[in-house]
Write a protein that binds this ligand. Sequence first.
Ligand SMILES: Cc1ncc(COP(=O)(O)O)c(C=O)c1O
Length: 387
Amino acid sequence: MKHNFDELVDRRGTECKKWDTYAADIIPMWIADTDFKCPQPVIDAMVKRAQHGIYGYPINCKNFEQSIVNWQKKRFGWDVDIDWVEYTPAVVPAIVYAMRAFTSPGDNIVIQMPAYHPFHDIIPHNGRHILGNQLIRKADGSYEIDYDNLEELLSKKRTTMFLLCSPHNPVGKCFSREELERISELCLKHNVFVVSDEIHSDIIYQGSKHIPFGSISQEAADHCVVCVNPSKTFNIAGVRTGAVIIPNRHNHDLFYAPLEDNKAYGRTVFGTLPIEVSYNECDYYADQLLEYLAGNLACLNKFVAERIPRLKVTPTQATYLIWLNCQALNMAPKQLNQFFLEQAKVAMNEGSTFGPGGAGFMRMNIACPRSRLVEALHRMEAAINKL
Ligand SMILES: Cc1ncc(COP(=O)(O)O)c(C=O)c1O
Protein backbone atom coordinates (compact mmCIF):
# COMPACT_ATOMS: atom_id res chain seq x y z
CA MET A 1 0.00 0.00 0.00
CA LYS A 2 1.23 3.51 -0.78
CA HIS A 3 0.33 6.50 1.38
CA ASN A 4 0.08 9.96 -0.18
CA PHE A 5 2.02 12.25 2.18
CA ASP A 6 1.74 15.11 -0.33
CA GLU A 7 -2.03 15.38 0.20
CA LEU A 8 -3.07 18.72 1.72
CA VAL A 9 -5.79 17.96 4.26
CA ASP A 10 -7.77 20.90 5.67
CA ARG A 11 -7.69 20.50 9.46
CA ARG A 12 -9.32 23.80 10.35
CA GLY A 13 -12.69 23.63 12.03
CA THR A 14 -12.05 20.15 13.49
CA GLU A 15 -11.25 21.47 17.00
CA CYS A 16 -7.63 20.96 16.02
CA LYS A 17 -5.15 22.50 18.44
CA LYS A 18 -2.44 22.99 15.83
CA TRP A 19 -4.61 24.79 13.28
CA ASP A 20 -7.59 26.25 15.15
CA THR A 21 -5.35 28.13 17.61
CA TYR A 22 -4.21 30.52 14.88
CA ALA A 23 -5.75 32.80 12.25
CA ALA A 24 -6.26 31.55 8.70
CA ASP A 25 -3.12 33.23 7.29
CA ILE A 26 -0.74 31.40 9.64
CA ILE A 27 1.08 28.16 8.75
CA PRO A 28 1.21 26.21 12.04
CA MET A 29 4.43 24.27 12.54
CA TRP A 30 4.40 23.89 16.29
CA ILE A 31 2.67 21.18 18.39
CA ALA A 32 3.89 17.64 17.71
CA ASP A 33 1.30 16.02 15.50
CA THR A 34 1.51 15.57 11.75
CA ASP A 35 -0.62 17.00 8.97
CA PHE A 36 -0.85 13.56 7.37
CA LYS A 37 -3.94 11.37 7.35
CA CYS A 38 -3.46 8.29 9.43
CA PRO A 39 -3.05 4.91 7.66
CA GLN A 40 -6.02 3.69 5.62
CA PRO A 41 -6.31 0.41 7.59
CA VAL A 42 -6.74 2.50 10.77
CA ILE A 43 -9.42 4.66 9.18
CA ASP A 44 -11.22 1.56 7.85
CA ALA A 45 -11.10 -0.17 11.25
CA MET A 46 -12.40 2.93 13.05
CA VAL A 47 -15.25 3.38 10.55
CA LYS A 48 -16.20 -0.30 10.79
CA ARG A 49 -16.18 -0.14 14.59
CA ALA A 50 -18.19 3.12 14.55
CA GLN A 51 -20.78 1.57 12.26
CA HIS A 52 -21.38 -1.23 14.70
CA GLY A 53 -23.26 1.38 16.68
CA ILE A 54 -22.69 0.06 20.20
CA TYR A 55 -19.79 1.38 22.26
CA GLY A 56 -20.31 -0.34 25.59
CA TYR A 57 -17.63 -1.42 28.09
CA PRO A 58 -14.74 -3.19 26.38
CA ILE A 59 -13.11 -6.34 27.73
CA ASN A 60 -9.34 -6.69 27.73
CA CYS A 61 -8.46 -9.50 25.31
CA LYS A 62 -4.77 -8.52 25.39
CA ASN A 63 -4.84 -7.57 21.68
CA PHE A 64 -3.58 -4.11 22.62
CA GLU A 65 -0.69 -5.46 24.68
CA GLN A 66 0.16 -7.99 21.96
CA SER A 67 0.38 -5.26 19.33
CA ILE A 68 2.96 -3.44 21.48
CA VAL A 69 4.95 -6.65 21.98
CA ASN A 70 4.86 -7.20 18.19
CA TRP A 71 6.07 -3.68 17.37
CA GLN A 72 8.95 -3.69 19.86
CA LYS A 73 10.14 -7.02 18.46
CA LYS A 74 9.91 -6.25 14.76
CA ARG A 75 11.15 -2.63 14.87
CA PHE A 76 13.72 -2.73 17.68
CA GLY A 77 14.42 -6.42 18.29
CA TRP A 78 13.32 -6.21 21.93
CA ASP A 79 11.62 -9.32 23.35
CA VAL A 80 8.90 -7.87 25.55
CA ASP A 81 6.76 -10.18 27.67
CA ILE A 82 3.08 -9.40 27.29
CA ASP A 83 2.73 -9.11 31.09
CA TRP A 84 5.16 -6.18 31.12
CA VAL A 85 2.77 -4.02 29.10
CA GLU A 86 0.08 -1.80 30.61
CA TYR A 87 -2.44 0.53 29.04
CA THR A 88 -2.18 4.17 30.13
CA PRO A 89 -4.13 7.28 29.22
CA ALA A 90 -1.24 8.57 27.01
CA VAL A 91 2.42 9.15 27.85
CA VAL A 92 2.48 12.33 29.94
CA PRO A 93 -0.05 10.91 32.44
CA ALA A 94 2.03 7.71 32.53
CA ILE A 95 5.10 9.75 33.48
CA VAL A 96 3.11 11.38 36.28
CA TYR A 97 1.97 7.97 37.56
CA ALA A 98 5.58 6.74 37.48
CA MET A 99 6.77 9.83 39.32
CA ARG A 100 4.18 9.25 42.04
CA ALA A 101 4.98 5.53 42.28
CA PHE A 102 8.77 5.74 42.40
CA THR A 103 9.53 9.10 44.04
CA SER A 104 8.26 11.10 47.03
CA PRO A 105 7.27 14.74 47.36
CA GLY A 106 10.42 16.81 47.82
CA ASP A 107 12.59 14.45 45.73
CA ASN A 108 14.74 15.60 42.81
CA ILE A 109 14.08 14.45 39.27
CA VAL A 110 16.78 14.92 36.65
CA ILE A 111 15.91 15.96 33.09
CA GLN A 112 18.22 17.02 30.26
CA MET A 113 17.91 20.62 29.13
CA PRO A 114 16.51 21.96 26.93
CA ALA A 115 13.56 19.69 27.68
CA TYR A 116 10.07 18.95 26.34
CA HIS A 117 8.03 21.71 27.97
CA PRO A 118 5.42 19.63 29.92
CA PHE A 119 8.32 18.10 31.91
CA HIS A 120 8.81 21.58 33.37
CA ASP A 121 5.21 21.53 34.67
CA ILE A 122 4.52 18.00 35.82
CA ILE A 123 7.54 17.78 38.13
CA PRO A 124 6.88 20.89 40.27
CA HIS A 125 3.11 20.40 40.02
CA ASN A 126 3.64 17.08 41.80
CA GLY A 127 5.82 18.60 44.49
CA ARG A 128 9.15 17.34 43.13
CA HIS A 129 12.18 19.42 42.12
CA ILE A 130 13.71 19.65 38.66
CA LEU A 131 17.45 19.18 38.37
CA GLY A 132 18.49 20.13 34.86
CA ASN A 133 21.46 18.47 33.20
CA GLN A 134 22.38 20.86 30.41
CA LEU A 135 23.13 19.12 27.11
CA ILE A 136 26.38 20.46 25.67
CA ARG A 137 26.15 22.05 22.22
CA LYS A 138 29.19 21.20 20.13
CA ALA A 139 30.77 23.32 17.38
CA ASP A 140 28.71 21.60 14.64
CA GLY A 141 25.50 22.36 16.56
CA SER A 142 24.85 18.79 17.72
CA TYR A 143 24.48 17.91 21.40
CA GLU A 144 26.23 15.59 23.83
CA ILE A 145 25.68 14.54 27.43
CA ASP A 146 27.56 16.24 30.25
CA TYR A 147 28.27 13.09 32.27
CA ASP A 148 30.17 14.87 35.06
CA ASN A 149 27.28 17.16 35.81
CA LEU A 150 24.83 14.28 35.36
CA GLU A 151 26.65 12.23 37.98
CA GLU A 152 26.73 15.18 40.35
CA LEU A 153 22.96 15.59 40.05
CA LEU A 154 22.28 11.86 40.33
CA SER A 155 24.43 11.61 43.45
CA LYS A 156 22.43 14.21 45.39
CA LYS A 157 20.72 12.73 48.40
CA ARG A 158 17.16 13.25 47.25
CA THR A 159 17.56 12.45 43.57
CA THR A 160 15.40 9.41 42.89
CA MET A 161 14.46 9.59 39.19
CA PHE A 162 16.00 10.36 35.82
CA LEU A 163 13.42 11.24 33.19
CA LEU A 164 15.05 10.39 29.89
CA CYS A 165 13.57 11.60 26.62
CA SER A 166 14.84 9.05 24.10
CA PRO A 167 15.11 10.24 21.39
CA HIS A 168 15.39 13.75 22.73
CA ASN A 169 12.77 16.40 22.06
CA PRO A 170 13.59 19.23 21.20
CA VAL A 171 17.20 18.76 19.99
CA GLY A 172 16.51 15.64 17.84
CA LYS A 173 19.21 13.52 19.42
CA CYS A 174 19.11 9.71 19.21
CA PHE A 175 21.13 8.17 22.05
CA SER A 176 23.65 5.48 21.13
CA ARG A 177 24.01 2.19 22.99
CA GLU A 178 27.18 3.54 24.64
CA GLU A 179 25.35 6.64 25.87
CA LEU A 180 22.43 4.62 27.21
CA GLU A 181 24.76 2.18 28.94
CA ARG A 182 26.62 5.03 30.61
CA ILE A 183 23.35 6.64 31.74
CA SER A 184 22.19 3.30 33.11
CA GLU A 185 25.49 2.69 34.87
CA LEU A 186 25.35 6.09 36.59
CA CYS A 187 21.71 5.70 37.57
CA LEU A 188 22.33 2.24 39.03
CA LYS A 189 25.39 3.48 40.90
CA HIS A 190 23.31 6.16 42.59
CA ASN A 191 20.14 4.11 42.87
CA VAL A 192 18.13 6.39 40.58
CA PHE A 193 15.10 5.00 38.78
CA VAL A 194 14.78 5.70 35.03
CA VAL A 195 11.64 6.66 33.14
CA SER A 196 12.37 6.54 29.42
CA ASP A 197 9.92 8.45 27.23
CA GLU A 198 10.29 6.75 23.84
CA ILE A 199 7.34 8.33 22.07
CA HIS A 200 9.49 9.53 19.13
CA SER A 201 11.36 6.23 18.70
CA ASP A 202 9.98 5.42 15.24
CA ILE A 203 11.32 8.59 13.63
CA ILE A 204 15.06 7.87 13.45
CA TYR A 205 17.04 8.99 10.41
CA GLN A 206 19.67 7.01 8.54
CA GLY A 207 22.87 6.49 10.48
CA SER A 208 21.18 6.26 13.90
CA LYS A 209 19.33 3.47 15.66
CA HIS A 210 16.82 3.58 18.50
CA ILE A 211 17.59 1.24 21.39
CA PRO A 212 14.82 0.73 23.97
CA PHE A 213 16.22 1.56 27.41
CA GLY A 214 14.76 -1.60 28.91
CA SER A 215 16.64 -3.74 26.37
CA ILE A 216 20.19 -2.69 27.21
CA SER A 217 20.73 -4.97 30.24
CA GLN A 218 18.87 -6.93 32.90
CA GLU A 219 19.85 -4.29 35.49
CA ALA A 220 18.47 -1.49 33.32
CA ALA A 221 15.24 -3.46 32.75
CA ASP A 222 14.84 -3.87 36.49
CA HIS A 223 15.13 -0.12 37.10
CA CYS A 224 12.95 1.45 34.45
CA VAL A 225 9.58 2.26 32.99
CA VAL A 226 9.54 2.65 29.20
CA CYS A 227 6.74 4.82 27.81
CA VAL A 228 5.53 4.22 24.26
CA ASN A 229 2.83 5.54 21.98
CA PRO A 230 2.35 5.19 18.23
CA SER A 231 0.62 8.56 18.23
CA LYS A 232 3.50 10.57 16.73
CA THR A 233 4.10 8.08 13.93
CA PHE A 234 0.53 7.34 12.89
CA ASN A 235 -1.00 10.70 13.84
CA ILE A 236 -3.43 9.38 16.43
CA ALA A 237 -2.53 11.54 19.46
CA GLY A 238 -6.17 12.64 19.80
CA VAL A 239 -7.31 9.19 20.92
CA ARG A 240 -5.42 9.81 24.19
CA THR A 241 -4.09 6.31 24.75
CA GLY A 242 -0.57 5.04 25.35
CA ALA A 243 1.30 2.30 27.16
CA VAL A 244 4.15 1.52 29.49
CA ILE A 245 6.52 -1.43 29.45
CA ILE A 246 7.74 -2.41 32.94
CA PRO A 247 9.88 -5.56 32.90
CA ASN A 248 10.21 -5.88 36.69
CA ARG A 249 7.13 -7.34 38.40
CA HIS A 250 7.57 -5.46 41.66
CA ASN A 251 7.93 -2.16 39.78
CA HIS A 252 4.96 -3.05 37.64
CA ASP A 253 2.80 -3.56 40.71
CA LEU A 254 3.99 -0.32 42.29
CA PHE A 255 3.13 1.56 39.10
CA TYR A 256 -0.21 -0.11 38.63
CA ALA A 257 -1.62 0.13 42.16
CA PRO A 258 -2.70 3.82 41.94
CA LEU A 259 -4.31 3.25 38.54
CA GLU A 260 -6.31 0.47 40.14
CA ASP A 261 -7.08 2.59 43.22
CA ASN A 262 -8.28 5.47 41.04
CA LYS A 263 -10.06 3.18 38.58
CA ALA A 264 -7.97 4.99 35.97
CA TYR A 265 -7.32 1.96 33.80
CA GLY A 266 -10.55 2.03 31.81
CA ARG A 267 -9.61 1.80 28.17
CA THR A 268 -11.72 3.11 25.35
CA VAL A 269 -12.86 1.32 22.19
CA PHE A 270 -11.56 4.13 19.98
CA GLY A 271 -8.28 4.41 21.91
CA THR A 272 -6.88 0.92 21.72
CA LEU A 273 -8.17 -0.02 18.26
CA PRO A 274 -6.07 2.44 16.21
CA ILE A 275 -2.98 1.45 18.16
CA GLU A 276 -3.56 -2.25 17.50
CA VAL A 277 -4.15 -1.68 13.79
CA SER A 278 -1.18 0.70 13.44
CA TYR A 279 1.24 -1.64 15.14
CA ASN A 280 -0.06 -4.83 13.54
CA GLU A 281 -0.73 -3.71 9.96
CA CYS A 282 0.97 -0.42 9.21
CA ASP A 283 4.72 -0.96 9.02
CA TYR A 284 4.46 0.21 5.41
CA TYR A 285 3.18 3.61 6.62
CA ALA A 286 5.93 4.07 9.22
CA ASP A 287 8.57 3.22 6.58
CA GLN A 288 7.12 5.63 4.01
CA LEU A 289 6.63 8.37 6.63
CA LEU A 290 10.28 8.14 7.60
CA GLU A 291 11.35 8.36 3.97
CA TYR A 292 9.11 11.38 3.43
CA LEU A 293 10.34 13.13 6.56
CA ALA A 294 13.95 12.49 5.56
CA GLY A 295 13.07 14.22 2.28
CA ASN A 296 11.56 17.16 4.18
CA LEU A 297 14.65 17.39 6.37
CA ALA A 298 16.94 17.37 3.32
CA CYS A 299 14.77 20.06 1.71
CA LEU A 300 14.92 22.19 4.88
CA ASN A 301 18.69 21.78 5.22
CA LYS A 302 19.29 22.75 1.58
CA PHE A 303 16.91 25.72 1.64
CA VAL A 304 18.29 27.14 4.87
CA ALA A 305 21.93 26.67 3.83
CA GLU A 306 21.42 28.28 0.43
CA ARG A 307 18.81 30.96 1.14
CA ILE A 308 18.58 31.72 4.87
CA PRO A 309 22.18 31.39 6.07
CA ARG A 310 21.43 33.42 9.19
CA LEU A 311 19.54 30.37 10.49
CA LYS A 312 21.23 27.09 11.37
CA VAL A 313 19.52 23.70 11.43
CA THR A 314 20.67 21.54 14.35
CA PRO A 315 22.05 18.21 13.03
CA THR A 316 18.99 16.00 13.44
CA GLN A 317 19.10 12.26 14.10
CA ALA A 318 15.50 11.78 15.19
CA THR A 319 11.98 13.28 15.40
CA TYR A 320 10.20 15.64 13.03
CA LEU A 321 10.80 18.50 15.44
CA ILE A 322 13.67 20.61 14.21
CA TRP A 323 15.72 22.75 16.56
CA LEU A 324 16.40 25.89 14.59
CA ASN A 325 19.22 28.12 15.73
CA CYS A 326 18.10 31.72 15.19
CA GLN A 327 20.68 33.36 17.44
CA ALA A 328 22.16 35.33 14.53
CA LEU A 329 18.91 37.32 14.36
CA ASN A 330 19.78 38.78 17.76
CA MET A 331 16.25 38.84 19.12
CA ALA A 332 14.96 38.19 22.62
CA PRO A 333 12.78 35.04 22.83
CA LYS A 334 9.43 36.84 22.86
CA GLN A 335 10.46 39.11 20.00
CA LEU A 336 11.73 36.15 17.97
CA ASN A 337 8.43 34.34 18.34
CA GLN A 338 6.48 37.45 17.44
CA PHE A 339 8.72 38.05 14.43
CA PHE A 340 8.06 34.64 12.89
CA LEU A 341 4.38 34.78 13.74
CA GLU A 342 3.66 38.32 12.59
CA GLN A 343 6.20 38.89 9.81
CA ALA A 344 6.56 35.37 8.37
CA LYS A 345 3.10 34.14 9.39
CA VAL A 346 4.62 30.87 10.61
CA ALA A 347 3.84 29.54 14.09
CA MET A 348 6.60 27.53 15.79
CA ASN A 349 7.46 26.74 19.43
CA GLU A 350 9.69 29.38 20.97
CA GLY A 351 12.92 27.86 22.32
CA SER A 352 13.05 29.36 25.81
CA THR A 353 9.83 27.49 26.71
CA PHE A 354 12.04 24.35 26.73
CA GLY A 355 14.20 25.81 29.50
CA PRO A 356 17.89 26.76 29.74
CA GLY A 357 19.69 26.59 26.40
CA GLY A 358 16.52 27.37 24.47
CA ALA A 359 16.76 31.14 24.03
CA GLY A 360 17.43 32.11 20.41
CA PHE A 361 16.04 28.82 19.09
CA MET A 362 12.69 27.91 17.55
CA ARG A 363 11.29 24.38 17.31
CA MET A 364 9.86 23.73 13.87
CA ASN A 365 7.57 20.79 13.09
CA ILE A 366 8.28 19.58 9.55
CA ALA A 367 5.67 16.78 9.52
CA CYS A 368 3.61 18.33 6.76
CA PRO A 369 3.31 18.04 2.96
CA ARG A 370 6.53 19.30 1.35
CA SER A 371 4.73 22.05 -0.56
CA ARG A 372 3.64 23.57 2.75
CA LEU A 373 7.13 23.32 4.22
CA VAL A 374 8.55 25.10 1.18
CA GLU A 375 5.91 27.84 1.42
CA ALA A 376 6.77 28.39 5.09
CA LEU A 377 10.48 28.56 4.25
CA HIS A 378 9.83 31.15 1.52
CA ARG A 379 7.85 33.23 4.01
CA MET A 380 10.66 33.00 6.58
CA GLU A 381 13.26 33.94 3.97
CA ALA A 382 11.25 36.99 2.86
CA ALA A 383 10.70 38.16 6.43
CA ILE A 384 14.38 37.77 7.34
CA ASN A 385 15.47 39.58 4.17
CA LYS A 386 13.39 42.57 5.25
CA LEU A 387 15.20 42.93 8.57
C1 LIG B 1 8.73 13.70 24.38
C2 LIG B 1 7.24 13.70 24.40
N1 LIG B 1 6.59 12.99 25.34
C3 LIG B 1 5.25 12.96 25.41
C4 LIG B 1 4.48 13.66 24.49
C5 LIG B 1 3.00 13.64 24.61
O1 LIG B 1 2.54 12.35 24.79
P1 LIG B 1 1.01 12.01 25.07
O2 LIG B 1 0.21 12.80 24.10
O3 LIG B 1 0.95 10.55 24.82
O4 LIG B 1 0.75 12.39 26.48
C6 LIG B 1 5.11 14.40 23.48
C7 LIG B 1 4.33 15.18 22.53
O5 LIG B 1 4.81 16.03 21.85
C8 LIG B 1 6.52 14.42 23.44
O6 LIG B 1 7.18 15.10 22.51
